[in-house]
Design a protein around this ligand. Structure first.
Ligand code: NDP
Length: 283
């Protein structure tokens, strides 16, 4: 008989607060599904504990871990090698440990672009982003690195929006411009892809970003980062305008798939991850 192995590979997450983070459910489901002898441990780790947590993960031979609030920037101090987009974005949410060496990646934007590419290739396209926070930053950088030609940042806070536009123009091959968000703002007919990267719609199926919905054209592709509820008011109204749409659940699933690929050098089966999130988000 085959010898028993009671030693699991360890992975997990360092963030605080973390009790509402569903990643553990998604990762353990895919590990089980693919017969990977690994655990994912959701750890409440804030700024004060990060150094010890990282040392602990190294000591215990963890394969890697995710980082979320408040550690996405601070973790960079402990990283030996940064992925290209993580360096430009200035934030890391996935760490890979190999031979005691830490590599940092940012999978927020990668997860989004991968989901987008299943429907439309951003190469050469004009993309409009609503928002200029962490998710918008990751999506803007990754879309630019994937070949989007022009990126328009629409944001309420001028300083944040301008800074993101400058970052894109200076550090990627894409051109970017900032547009100040005014109530009921119309989306240019020349835009190919429109992405809501604000938090509007999170936990509120009726909340709608304050744009002129009727300005959306059937040729435009509309995506939302909001994973819960997946079918946001924006996506429903965009579909009424004849637009093709993409919800934020796919982005989250793709981030889980990237975790697995980075930590175990294996292709992830996305179906069990998607199923878990759908069950959790529809209650
Ligand atoms: P941040 O707090 O960094 O940024 C929030 C952004 O939303 C800011 O640009 C802010 O504008 C804008 N915003 C908030 N309220 C409004 C409003 N009423 N009208 C217009 N703009 C508004 O958050 P994150 O970027 O980290 O996250 C944003 C969303 O993305 C969250 O809901 C999160 O759930 C989702 N997300 C989804 C992921 C996925 O995998 N599906 C991954 C990561 C995030 P201003 O600058 O003017 O304040």
């Amino acid at each position: 008989a085959e010898q028993q192995n009671f030693l699991s590979d360890l992975t997990g997450s360092f963030s605080s607060p973390c009790s509402e983070n569903p990643t553990v459910a998604m990762m353990e489901a895919v590990y089980r599904h693919q017969g990977i002898n690994a655990r994912y441990i959701n750890c409440d780790v804030g700024q004060q504990q990060l150094a010890m947590a990282v040392a602990g993960a190294k000591a215990m031979g963890w394969r890697g871990f995710n980082c979320s609030i408040p550690n996405k920037q601070t973790i960079i101090d402990y990283i030996d090698e940064l992925g290209t987009s993580a360096r430009v974005i200035g934030a890391v949410n996935c760490v890979i440990i190999r031979d005691g060496k830490l590599t940092g990646e940012n999978t927020d934007g990668k997860g989004f672009v991968e989901a987008l590419k299943e429907h439309i290739d951003p190469r050469g396209k004009k993309l409009t982003l609503l928002g200029a926070g962490g998710a918008a930053r990751a999506i803007a950088v990754e879309s630019a690195l994937a070949g989007a030609s022009e990126i328009t940042i629409i944001n309420r806070d001028q300083q944040k929006g301008q800074a993101l536009a400058e970052l894109i123009t200076q550090h990627t091959p894409a051109r970017a411009r900032f547009v100040h968000w005014t109530a009921g703002i119309a989306i240019d007919a020349g835009q190919d892809i429109v992405v809501n990267a604000t938090s509007v719609g999170l936990d509120d199926a009726e909340a709608l970003p304050d744009i002129d919905i009727e300005s959306l054209k059937p040729t435009q592709f509309v995506a939302d980062v909001i994973p819960n509820p997946p079918q946001t008011a924006l996506l429903r109204k965009a579909a009424d305008q004849g637009c093709q749409t993409l919800n934020g659940l796919n982005m989250l699933v793709n981030q889980g798939a990237l975790n697995l690929a980075y930590w175990f050098d294996r292709r992830a089966d996305k179906a069990p991850m998607k199923k878990v999130l759908q069950q959790l988000f529809t209650g």
